[in-house]
Design a protein around this ligand. Structure first.
Ligand code: PHE
Length: 411
């Protein structure tokens, strides 16, 4: 996607409300999906645009992650540009499809850095892919903002690497507390995606917290990224008679896991993490009222929150993307541009006009690091000394095709 438009006026306050003021009323009409740098906004970026790179899974087994994020990014960029851009310059985004693979992530990020000379890079969603590409951005001194990778390792990979979401020691603890306190579970089973840093991390943090809280992990099983048959793991899990089954995986396999669990008579609630969040989750579990009905997962935000800013975002998103309900990835993609534009505003215009120079990117890095109290769709974002955001998590319950808000867990 190259999104650009002539700046109308300078943006005074780059908060979510200001960005949204310009995107409501359905001005986000995405005409096509940009893959591999093919523009969707109608040709090359406008002269004087500030280039931002984005890498994500637009194809492959996690493709809703990439598309939702990209829609949110696009919506935010349109809002920023309609409000005058940053220092009078429109933002342009080059999104590259990494196909959801580590090799893909490395190669497209290298390509973005060499061909676009971006001011900053947005991505990835999946922690394993952010971990893969972060050292490349850090070595090139290009600020990288992951909207949604939650594994702690991501931001340890260098001073140019940031995220605007909470991390998994918190998310795993939130799930464990919910299992103990609300579900009154004493015995938990865990089914882990063994090749996924995110899933391995959540397994560890959930286990620590659940056992510290007096619970017991009665069985822990693994699966691989290409597995489609989980019956042997589920049979072993059922034999231990757990009160809850924690499945910290991605939506593509969670649906079939739920179906197969119910098929063998394992009826306990399933509990998951943000990796469940996808418009395809419920479909994979047999549709509304199917195998995931009543199960719970921790997430970044609830789109049913009546907060007017959130509802305005939901309306603008629906108007721009065929009536689709945004997921939290869309909101986080949106907020990552908001945080970036806000930091650029604070970094000031470079004297030489070069937004891709090492000197400017160092200033921008410092400005991102200094982000405090940015009001986003997904909550108030303050970047801490470890370049992570500290934010609450919500617990959602699956009801039909929707997610019902259950509770908020504060850090
Ligand atoms: N947190 C997940 C990871 O780190 C990615 C994710 C975020 C997926 C939000 C869905 C929603 O891998």
């Amino acid at each position: 996607m190259f999104v650009s438009s002539a700046p109308a006026r300078l943006l005074g306050c780059l908060c979510t409300a200001a960005i949204l003021a310009f995107v409501s009323g359905g001005c986000a009409n995405k005409t096509s999906t940009a893959v591999n740098g093919i523009s969707s906004g109608g040709g090359a970026p406008a002269a004087g645009s500030i280039m931002i790179g984005e890498y994500g899974s637009l194809t492959g087994d996690k493709s809703t992650f990439g598309h939702s994020t990209d829609n949110g990014v696009e919506l935010a960029v349109k809002g920023v540009n309609a409000a005058g851009g940053v220092n009078g310059h429109p933002l342009a985004v080059d999104v590259q499809d990494d196909a959801g693979t580590p090799d893909g992530a490395s190669s497209v990020v290298k390509k973005i850095i060499t061909s676009d000379k971006p001011t900053a890079v947005i991505g990835e969603v999946a922690s394993t892919l952010s971990i893969q590409a972060a050292p490349i951005c850090n070595a090139a001194k290009v600020p990288m903002i992951s909207p949604s990778s939650t594994n702690p390792k991501v931001t340890t990979l260098g001073p140019y690497i940031f995220r605007i979401c909470f991390i998994d020691p918190f998310q795993g603890t939130a799930a464990a507390k919910f299992a103990l306190g609300t579900l009154h579970a004493k015995k938990a089973a865990i089914l882990t995606d063994a090749g996924n840093d995110y899933s391995i991390g959540l397994t560890k943090f959930f286990t620590q917290s659940f056992t510290q809280g007096g619970g017991q992990i009665v069985v822990s099983q693994n699966y691989g990224k290409d597995d489609v048959d989980f019956s042997s793991q589920l049979t072993q899990i059922k034999a231990q008679n757990p009160d809850v089954l924690y499945v910290p995986g991605y939506y593509g396999q969670v649906g079939p896991i739920a179906k197969q669990a119910r098929a063998i008579g394992l009826t306990v609630p399933l509990l998951g993490g943000d990796g469940w969040d996808s418009p395809k989750l419920v479909e994979g579990a047999g549709g509304p009222g199917g195998a995931l009905e009543g199960s719970y997962f921790t997430n970044h935000s609830s789109m049913s929150n009546s907060d007017p800013t959130i509802q305005k975002f939901v309306s603008a998103y629906k108007a721009g993307y065929g009536g689709q309900q945004p997921d939290s990835l869309a909101a986080l993609g949106y907020d990552s541009i908001g945080v970036l534009a806000d930091a650029m505003k604070r970094a000031g215009a470079p004297a030489d006009g070069d937004y891709s120079s090492l000197a400017y990117r160092a200033k921008l890095r410092d400005a991102i690091a200094a982000t405090k109290g940015y009001k986003g769709i997904t909550g108030t974002i303050t970047i801490g000394p470890d370049r992570n955001a500290i934010k609450p998590a919500v617990v959602l319950q699956i009801h039909g095709a929707d997610y019902k808000y259950v509770t908020t867990v504060n850090p």
